[in-house]
Design a protein around this ligand. Sequence first.
Ligand SMILES: CC(C)(COP(=O)(O)OP(=O)(O)OC[C@H]1O[C@@H](n2cnc3c(N)ncnc32)[C@H](O)[C@@H]1OP(=O)(O)O)[C@@H](O)C(=O)NCCC(=O)NCCS
Length: 336
Amino acid sequence: MKRTVIRGTGRYIPERLVTNQDLTQWMDTSDEWIKQRTGIEQRYWVKEEGGVGASDLGLEASKIALDRAGWKPEDLDLIIFATLSPDIFFPGSGCLLQHKLGLETTPALDIRQQCTGFIYGMATADAYIRSNMAKRILFVGSEVHSTGIDISTRGRDVAVLFGDGAGAVCLEGIDTDEDIGILTTVLHSQGKLADGLMLELPASRLNPRISVDIMNEARQFPKMNGQIIFKHAVRRLPEVTKETLEKANLSIDDIDLIIPHQANLRINQAFQNTMNLPDEKIFNNIQRYGNTTAGSIPIALDEVIEMNLVNKKNYTILFVAFGAGLTWGGVVYRFA
Ligand SMILES: CC(C)(COP(=O)(O)OP(=O)(O)OC[C@H]1O[C@@H](n2cnc3c(N)ncnc32)[C@H](O)[C@@H]1OP(=O)(O)O)[C@@H](O)C(=O)NCCC(=O)NCCS
């Protein structure tokens, strides 16, 4: 049977370290408030003067993943690019990355599923591979949040959460009798709650799409109802974990590690408590990176592989995510 396996991963984090203390020069906040509410200690942002987009971070992560897979860009049949912070409004960052990789006509598509971008990306890649539409796929999750957030006190509830960064994964379709690779995927969305976390502009429903008046109202910055997002996240993550395991016909004991999206350490701790998981079964790195949205799970996966945590045959990881949309989902992946 056809299965989707990981051949290489990579991550790229920009160099500009921004600690919680650094944020206090622009907004009324504190290291204590941020750590206590979110677990975040620091994040990395692209250089202040701009000029670096999601595809640039994605390119660096992709080069590492391709190198580890032993692939050239020409080997790719498809690029899937997940981001909520595309370089430009259109065309998608996948097309821009395709060109930066030196490719001529390789197809590329963007996924706009925010923090659930990795899960939707894996489901899409798996569908392409299982239906023989592609054999070698590059998935990239990349975000440049720092140029789009309000770093004044007005925007502090959102601004302290987000970091820039990219992760990339090379995926290949193989024929095997072993129960390995992407075992199952589960996807959900709930547009009814879209305004719980959204960035409105530029908006096709507005004419003009952007104006000085609108900008004076700060509508070019993301808006979030933190408590709604928190409430739904701590409900949906355990729920989708159960659903994903049931679909894969597995129990939580069959899972070696859970890599959840990194939105807030408190959300992941609540999830851990609800699921009664020991510390060693759940991976968190939000303390160092903040929420890198579509980048968070592939960055974490790359770290997990680099740390040699994948240390036995049939090591099985459950990925779960929840985010704006609302969107949420799960993926079970088993290493050979
Ligand atoms: C954002 C979040 C940390 C806020 O925590 P909270 O306990 O709900 O805090 P509240 O929004 O009730 O705000 C409490 C107070 O802190 C203030 N505050 C907000 N951001 C602050 C900051 N960065 N620093 C200091 N104070 C801040 C508020 O203004 C409010 O002040 P008030 O009581 O005088 O009105 C929390 O709601 C959260 O993490 N939600 C989920 C967000 C998320 O994960 N988003 C990404 C989804 S993928």
